[in-house]
Design a binder for this molecule. Structure first.
Ligand SMILES: Cc1cc2nc3c(=O)[nH]c(=O)nc-3n(C[C@H](O)[C@H](O)[C@H](O)COP(=O)(O)O)c2cc1C
Length: 377
């Protein structure tokens, strides 16, 4: 089916195609579409895990950036996702960068985007956040308002304000400190600045929730795939006390890359598209390496959500066996269509059987244990 629709969508510019599909699914026609075109979703008991304080029916979710207006939760359920992430949401509304700002690289099955955190702002989205369902895991992706003058203490307060609006909503908070598309989007991506951010948010949350501590939702920090192993080690050190206190659950690895490696599209075409974050298969190796390093550094004690270039069962399995308990999709959906979620679930279930495993949690980090076993021979 998607093979028929894709040429029509690809005849439009990438952002218009995105807006048409998401606008349709968010409109009153959305439920009609999902009834007329039922996804062949199945339940796979072996894919179920207890994570983030709830039962997730499967490990496949939609990545941040797809649902900036908090209106696609039902679409995620329709696709058969086990969880969903809305945002990025910033304290103040932002129009993002001028259009065009989203481009396809079809021969690489990749995207370049410089959306620049366009969103309605946390105060305006408060009602949607409060109305998030209780029976489905939805993460809220927060970022700093993309205005270069908001730095230092102002940046901390800005991030804090976004968190304040999201307090008690959804199932987890994803702190996006790795947006490559604004001059200041990576303000908190280094160990010293992340330390300041986590300390500020922890104090603020404790003060605001002193009477309702159960309202606190676990944090994940979303990283760039362009960080060195050394920096990752420092980031893990910074995060450890917050993981110990139960404030932070772990990491989302990774965001898009500023690099232009692993592309077959000719360099001139890529150059002409201008700056932006690259996603899809070209980011797969980098992002997987971050997952592998995080798992090694933390001995598998931090939750890792793997994202970047997942387009089939093999790429999803690679993330999980290298340490991700959950995975997310964005660019893969654009190229492979909505059936990708179900194909990956069926593929992971089959992989478990092949390996004689009974639950997906047993596959998490398997590649490290194999490596260790081989080294001990
Ligand atoms: C158009 C677009 C917008 C995005 N917006 C956000 C965002 O607001 N916050 C965020 O943390 N990540 C954002 N991302 C990054 C994705 O969530 C994901 O980390 C990245 O695209 C790599 O996954 P993929 O290769 O499956 O696309 C965006 C990606 C794209 C393509």
């Amino acid at each position: 089916m998607y093979d028929l629709i894709r040429p029509l969508l690809f005849a439009m510019d990438a952002e218009s195609a995105h807006d048409i599909i998401t606008g349709l699914m968010a409109s009153p026609l959305g439920p009609v579409v999902s009834t007329l075109v039922p996804m062949a979703t199945r339940s796979y008991p072996a894919l179920q895990q207890e994570l983030l304080g709830r039962t997730l029916p499967n490990p496949v979710g939609l990545a941040a950036g797809l649902d900036k207006h908090v209106q696609l939760v039902e679409m995620a359920r329709w696709l058969g996702c086990g969880f969903h992430e809305v945002g990025a949401i910033t304290a103040q509304a932002s129009q993002g960068n001028p259009k065009p700002r989203l481009f396809r690289l079809p021969t690489d099955h990749a995207l370049i985007n410089r959306m620049g955190l366009n969103n309605a702002g946390a105060a305006n989205l408060k009602h949607q956040l409060k109305a998030l369902p209780k029976d489905f895991c939805v993460g809220i992706n927060l970022s700093k308002t993309p205005q270069p003058h908001i730095t230092g203490p102002l940046a901390l307060q800005d991030f804090g304000l976004a968190l304040k609006h999201a307090l008690g909503c959804g199932s987890y908070i994803s702190l996006d400190v790795s947006c490559p598309n604004t001059a200041d989007g990576t303000t908190f991506c280094q160990p010293d600045t992340l330390a300041e951010l986590l300390a500020f948010l922890a104090n603020q949350q404790q003060a605001l929730l002193s009477n309702h501590p159960t309202q606190a939702k676990p944090w994940l920090v979303k990283l760039s795939p362009d960080l060195t192993s050394d920096t990752l080690a420092h980031l893990v050190d910074v995060a450890q006390p917050y993981v110990d206190k139960g404030l932070m659950a772990g990491w989302v690895a990774c965001n898009t890359t500023r690099t232009r490696d692993n592309l077959t599209t000719d360099a001139q075409t890529v150059e002409q598209l201008g700056p932006g974050g690259l996603s899809g298969p070209p980011v797969f190796d980098k992002s997987l390496a971050v997952v592998r390093t995080l798992y090694q550094l933390t001995g598998g004690q931090h939750l890792i959500v793997g994202v970047g270039g997942i387009r089939d069962t093999e790429s999803a399995w690679a993330y999980m066996t290298h340490g991700a308990s959950l995975i997310q999709l964005y660019t893969g959906l654009v190229y492979e269509g909505p059936g990708l979620v179900e194909r990956i679930k069926a593929g992971l279930d089959a992989k478990l059987k092949q390996h004689g495993l009974t639950n997906i949690a047993q596959a998490v980090g398997l590649a490290h244990r194999h490596h260790q076993a081989t080294a001990n021979l």
